[in-house]
Structure formats: C-alpha cells, structure tokens
Design a protein around this ligand. Structure first.
Ligand SMILES: Nc1ncnc2c1ncn2[C@@H]1O[C@H](COP(=O)(O)OP(=O)(O)O)[C@@H](O)[C@H]1O
Ligand SMILES: CC(=O)OP(=O)(O)O
Ligand SMILES: [Mg+2]
Length: 398
C-alpha cells in the first residue's frame, strides 16, 4: 500500500509518500508560501533529481494538485497513476480530550477537529484545509488523522489541570494537553530498543528541540508530564515562542503597550524566544553569530539552554529518577553545543557526556554518554511521518 503523509500548516504543506511494503520513502517535499504568487514547491523523488518550482499557489487545494501532478510526472514522478495512492495520513496538532488514538476521517471526526479550532488557531484550521484539499483531489481515498496530543492523554489530572478556577476547565476545557506526542512516543520507544531494555521499566526524558520545542517525562512508556500546555506556547524557550513566563506579564504588557489580545498572542508566539533576544529565530544562525562574538546571540543561547536544563531536572524529580535523556528534532539532533552545555550542567545527576561521541553526525540513533555515566544520553532522529504512515496503514487495512 502507498500512503501519502501530509503535514499542513497555515502557509506550508509538507509531504512524504511511503511504500508500506518496506516502509521506504518514494518521495518527499514541501510547498511553502501558500497564498502567494511566488509559492515554492520542492519535490524530492527518491533516486532522482530534486525539483524546485516557483509559481502562484493560492490555496491548499492547488498545492495538493501540484504535488499529485509531480508524483505522476513522467520525469520527476514515482507513481504510474494517482490511483496508486491508497491512503492519506495527516498530522493534526490538537486532538483535545476527544482523541487518545489516531482515527479515520469521518464527518464526525472533521466536526470535532473544527470544534478544536479555538484551542489551536494556528494549526487546526490549516490541517482542515489539508484534509479538504485531499477530499477534492482524491475523493475516494480514505484519510486518517494522527494527533500531537494523543500520546499525552495518559497524564494524570493533578498534572494536566492548571491551578485556576475549575469552571474554566469544565466550560472551556482549559488544561494542559501537550504536543509533539508522535515524536516523544517514537523516540522513547526507539531509545528503549537501542538500549535493549523494556520500556515498561524505564524513566526517560525526551527533548524534542526543533523550531517548536518540548520536553516529556516518559515513565514506563507513558507520557506523565510534558512542557507544552493548552497550546504549544508553554514550556521551553523556542525559536519565536516565549515559553514559560509570569502570566501577569500578559495583562501588564497589554496595558502598558496598549496591545490587543491578538497582538499580545502574536508577540508571544511569533516575536519572542530566540528571535526576541538575538534578532534570529533559527538556532543555526544564533550559533554562527555567537561564534562571531555576538553578545545577544550568546545571551539567547544561554537562556535557551538554561530553560531546557531546568525542565530535565524537573522531570527527573517528577519521575523520582531518570535512566535516559533523549535529544531529537532539528536542534536536538544537530546541535552538539546545546547537548554539551546542557549535559555539563547535569553532572549532579551522574550524567557524563562522551565529547567525541557527541560530535558524531549520523542519521542513526546513538549514545553520546560515557560507559560510566549513570544516565544514558542518546541522540535519536525523530520520524513523525513514519508513525503517521504506520497508523494510517493500520487503520485503513482494517
Ligand atoms: N546543525 C545545526 N545546528 C544547530 N541548529 C540546527 C542545525 N540544523 C538545524 N538546526 C535547527 O533546527 C531548527 C528546526 O528544527 P525542525 O525540527 O526541523 O523544526 P520544525 O519541524 O518545527 O520546523 C532550526 O532552529 C534550525 O536552525
Ligand atoms: C506543536 C508544535 O509546536 O509544532 P511545531 O514544532 O511543528 O511548530
Ligand atoms: Mg517539527
């Protein structure tokens, strides 16, 4: 079965086409700047040359149509016919309390995802556009949805409730949900397998450090706490998101700067984090600037590392112990410097990094702690798309 995996954002759409026979990737790519006359489509067919097209793509339906066109293109294509695509799986960021598992798209499921627009205004409307775009281009193909929040539905009430009037939870479902669950689940299982230990007996902290970033305490294979909250804004300092701050800052800043709800939300989500402190939202740029002596970049990096380290310590306490720390996603997999600084400051836990192993670049899971380290530190490349493809395949097969 060929499964197309889609991660639709408000102005972008990433895709991967899998052959589930051997879980190989036949093609991958992305459309950026949807809505503009200079949208960019990058298509990477496995074993063939990459294609890059700049054209007008005003909506997701057009984006999907272009992608499907390239998938069967006589030169750049990887399929004989569009009919070869037997299922489509979507990443959906917010599943609220309704979804503990992935689901086949039905009118009821779509209704529920729409009901959750309020809780994830940046993400869920875009996913819905992706689902509808597939419906109009591939009307007979079954679709599945895989939720970022699902893995975290195992958190206890005392963990997911905020200490504010309970009426807010009852009326509006205001609580911690957590995100990147597909990634935290995948890398924690990979880590246990790599170490040859039963995950049921392990206490693992998984650090998904990408553009969005979150840390999860995985105890016995279940998420028991995670740093993101009702929305993907809580927790770590990120590329452009503030993460944790005193909630009193919000009404205070709104008053002093005469900001609307929309403006303050945009400030915290899009103009904060690394970007606010260093002028750069991308960790690679921050590190380059830091090497060239940029003081603000250094400050931003130090703040970022400090906040990450605090969460790892907090989650060791939350689980009353720690067997392994896992780094994953763009920054976690690639920034040896962030890993080195973080682990240097976790020596009180018995963490001992192997500096040479930490410098190795690889697409494989690897250990970067010494044989003497009390806690195993691993880098495990994440693969959210593969999990989505597998769930979709299993659901559609039934
Ligand atoms: N070699 C590297 N060193 C430091 N940071 C890196 C490196 N490569 C990628 N990154 C960072 O990873 C981040 C993107 O992570 P990614 O997981 O791809 O994000 P997302 O999926 O949320 O878009 C960017 O901040 C980028 O700078
Ligand atoms: C939920 C979230 O933050 O997603 P991303 O990292 O893709 O922005
Ligand atoms: Mg990501």
């Amino acid at each position: 079965m060929k499964v197309l995996v889609i991660n639709a954002g408000s102005s972008s759409l990433k895709y991967q086409l899998y052959d589930m026979k051997d879980e190989s990737v036949l093609a991958a790519g992305r459309v950026e700047r949807i809505g503009m006359d200079t949208a960019i489509l990058t298509h990477e067919p496995t074993g063939k040359a990459e294609v890059r097209e700049v054209s007008e793509i005003l909506d997701h339906t057009t984006a999907i149509r272009k992608v499907l066109g390239l998938l069967v293109h006589k030169e750049h294509g990887v399929l004989d016919s569009i009919a070869d695509i037997e299922a489509v799986g979507h990443r959906v960021v917010h599943g609220g309390e309704s979804f503990r598992e992935s689901a086949i798209v039905t009118p009821e499921v779509k209704q529920e995802i729409k009901r959750l627009f309020d809780l994830a205004p940046l993400h869920n409307p875009a996913h819905m556009m992706g689902i509808q775009a597939v419906e109009s281009n591939l009307p007979d193909v079954p679709q599945a949805v895989v939720f970022d929040t699902a893995f975290h539905q195992t958190m206890d009430r005392n963990v997911y409730l905020y200490p504010i009037p309970l009426a807010l939870y009852r009326r509006h479902k205001i609580r911690k949900y957590g995100f990147h669950g597909t990634s935290h689940m995948y890398v924690s299982r990979q880590a246990a397998a790599f170490l040859g230990r039963p995950i049921e007996e392990m206490k693992i902290v998984t650090c998904h450090i990408g553009n969005g970033a979150s840390v999860t305490a995985v105890k016995g294979g279940r998420s028991v706490d995670t740093s993101m909250g009702m929305t993907p804004l809580e927790g770590l300092m990120m590329g452009t998101r503030s993460g944790d701050l005193d909630p009193a800052v919000v009404p205070f800043a709104m008053g002093k700067e005469d900001l609307t709800i929309g403006e303050v939300s945009s400030m915290l989500n899009k103009h904060s984090g690394l970007l606010a402190i260093s002028g750069m939202g991308d960790m690679r740029e921050v590190q380059d600037a830091m090497e060239n002596g940029d003081a603000n970049a250094k400050l931003a990096f130090e703040m970022y590392e400090y906040r990450l380290r605090k969460y790892i310590g907090a989650y060791a306490a939350a689980m009353n112990g720690l067997d392994a720390i896992v780094f994953t996603a763009g920054v976690g997999e690639n920034s040896w410097l962030l890993r080195a600084r973080t682990c240097l400051n976790l020596s009180y836990l018995g963490v001992e990094l192997d500096p040479e192993a930490n410098l190795v670049r690889s697409k494989e899971a690897r250990r970067i702690s010494t044989a003497n380290s009390k806690i195993d530190v691993l880098v495990v490349p994440t693969n959210e798309e593969l999990v989505i493809a597998r769930d979709t395949y299993e659901l559609v097969k039934k």
